[in-house]
Design a protein around this ligand. Structure first.
Ligand code: SF4
Ligand code: SF4
Length: 223
């Protein structure tokens, strides 16, 4: 099989499975930082201009080799270093051991039986504990400066990726994953995602501790 044929086989395989037990996970080696996922999410859920339920975090490669490398990237480039970049689609990964659920004092955040982490808007008191606890920057507080948030001094109501559960009910994948031109956002169970990444020769970006937060015992599927 030619390289082009292999590439075509990979494209279109980003959404392997939806519904109960499905997970969402980035293949950072496929992400080209085009922002298509951000646009797809905003369009699907009418997310306002000041808010993103998914964002692309881009950093220089080789950050482990040299402390502070990312903070002085222009200097590094001027010195002739050309480390390349890694772009990571960051959103709620609906963690198995979700720290946000553990810290929420009013049970606004729940891990549902189908595996999705849901925020129950009517219970949220805007304490923003979840923002501190989430390692992936997923919780957003779009209304932290208006209305009742100002009057009562809360941090607004938490908002984040819903895993497009309503789309999944009709057999569709999350909009970000379906829109991604390079299938950098994978949807399936842990074994399917691990298998797909192995086929592509991709490795998870996150360290062991983060992988255990996201996948629990199933993090072992990636080793
Ligand atoms: S810790 Fe962050 S990524 Fe994990 S379920 Fe909570 S909000 Fe989502
Ligand atoms: S901001 Fe809302 S969802 Fe987050 S921990 Fe506080 S009450 Fe829970």
């Amino acid at each position: 099989m030619s390289t082009n044929e292999q590439n075509r086989e990979v494209l279109g395989q980003g959404v392997m499975n939806v519904g109960e037990g499905a997970r969402i996970f980035p293949d950072v080696e496929a992400c080209i930082d085009c922002g298509g996922c951000v646009v797809a999410c905003k369009r699907t859920w009418d997310v306002g201009p000041q808010e993103q339920r998914i964002s692309i975090s881009t950093m220089l490669e080789g950050q482990e080799a040299d402390e502070g490398f990312n903070h002085r990237s222009s200097q590094a480039l001027a010195e002739g270093a050309s480390p390349g970049e890694t772009s990571i689609p960051m959103q709620c990964y609906h963690c198995e051991n979700a720290p946000c659920v553990s810290v929420c004092p009013v049970d606004s955040l729940i891990k549902k039986e189908n595996g999705f982490v849901e925020v129950r808007d009517d219970l949220c008191i805007g304490c923003q504990y979840c923002l501190s606890a989430c390692p992936f920057g997923a919780p957003q507080f779009p209304d932290s400066n208006d209305g009742s948030a100002q009057v009562f001094g809360t941090g607004g109501t938490m908002d984040k990726c819903t895993m497009c559960e309503e789309r999944q009910h009709v057999g569709k994948g999350p909009a970000c994953a379906e829109e991604c031109a390079t299938d950098a956002i994978l949807v399936g169970d842990a074994a399917e995602i691990a298998d797909e990444m192995e086929k592509r020769g991709s490795a998870p970006f996150f360290n062991d501790q983060a992988m255990e937060i996201i996948f629990g015992e199933e993090a072992g599927e990636f080793s």
